[in-house]
Design a protein around this ligand. Structure first.
Ligand code: GLU
Length: 328
């Protein structure tokens, strides 16, 4: 074979093999730290990405890249951060409260190393149901098949508490599935489930996706009695209204009153003070840009970012809040 023919063959093989065997992931040059978030149809993933984006605009100066990592959700994130497997995480205020006090998943193992970095938006306890399932209230869940999310998200703990409150027996009164929430919209459209529970910011891609199938969907209001009961007894839960204007295809005609819980960015006591300081500073000093990263962040204010953080503030965050006059 001539030299030209051999070169041509080599070039051909190189092109061909690289298209069938994808190249390995190329690591970045600078050190990285991860922010554990939630599944990709939720809002944690967008929130972690937005925080990383604000910080990484000064990549060269800070010499560190923050990366948002998808995960099962709050519980998995708290576990990973508490055990040093990830630097940062996002979790619901009530999950941080349970971890701090050694309740539910953390029964008798209180986590005292968790530290808050920033308060984010308020998530809403959401029940998405197929209209044809006839679920107009929590009590109508009796006899239905309901997805409560996978272990690692907080949805399961909450679902069990709420179903208990209304007197439904999880074992006998309904069929529970524990699939990841990113599958729930499809499961609903395929007729595998009648409804799913999801505590999440709004708008989100899960409800949007669920609303685009042939099966008409609605968001079910949990009822004022439950809202009053939960919000009057707990520092971490508030009343919240789910706006519906973004979900043009759903059956609801009015916003839905429900229970709200803050999403909080947190770390553990080992997190580097400079890194936390930079993260907080970049979000604050670019707050307008940060808010544009997702419609769920539209109502963020400096007050929301700095209050009701459940676990003690990390020294890096405290330093920035003090300098910015947000903390005395
Ligand atoms: N609240 C959910 C959880 O704790 C996650 C929601 C989201 O990913 O936006 O697991």
């Amino acid at each position: 074979m001539s030299l030209v023919a051999r070169l041509f063959l080599l070039l051909f093989l190189a092109t061909f093999t690289s298209s069938i065997f994808p190249s390995p992931l190329i690591a970045f040059d600078e050190p990285m730290q991860s922010i554990k978030t939630g599944n990709i149809t939720g809002v944690y993933y967008a929130a972690g990405s937005a925080v990383a984006k604000m910080h990484n605009r000064k990549l060269k100066e800070y010499k560190l890249r923050l990366i948002a990592e998808a995960s099962e959700g709050s519980i998995a994130n708290i576990d990973d951060v508490a055990n040093g497997l990830a630097s940062f995480g996002i979790a619901q205020a009530n999950a941080l409260y349970f971890a701090k006090n050694g309740e539910h998943y953390w029964q008798d193992t209180p986590q005292d190393k968790l530290r808050s970095v920033l308060g984010l938006y308020t998530e809403a306890f959401t029940i998405v149901a197929a209209v044809d399932a006839g679920i107009n209230s929590l009590a109508d869940l009796k006899g239905k098949t309901v997805n409560i999310g996978e272990l690692g998200s907080t949805d399961g703990i909450q679902a069990k508490g709420i179903l208990n409150f209304i007197g439904l027996d999880l074992e006998k009164d309904l069929t529970i599935t524990e699939k990841p929430t990113y599958e729930a919209s499809e499961l609903l459209q395929q007729g595998d489930i009648d409804a799913y529970f999801y505590t999440v910011g709004h708008p989100n891609l899960s409800v949007k996706e669920a609303s685009h199938g042939d099966r008409k969907i609605m968001i079910v209001a949990p009822g004022q009695e439950l809202i009053d009961f939960l919000t009057s007894n707990r520092e971490d839960l508030v009343e919240r209204v789910i706006p519906i204007d973004y979900y043009t295809e759903i059956a609801n005609k009015e916003p839905v009153r429900t229970i709200g819980v803050k999403a909080i960015l947190f770390c553990n006591t080992d997190a580097d003070e400079e890194v936390v300081y930079h993260m907080v500073k970049e979000v604050f000093e670019n707050l307008d840009l940060f808010k544009q990263q997702h419609p769920a962040f539209a109502n963020l204010t400096p007050e929301k970012l700095t209050t009701e953080l459940i676990v003690p503030l990390h020294p890096g965050a405290k330093r920035y809040f003090k300098e910015a006059g947000l903390l005395r």
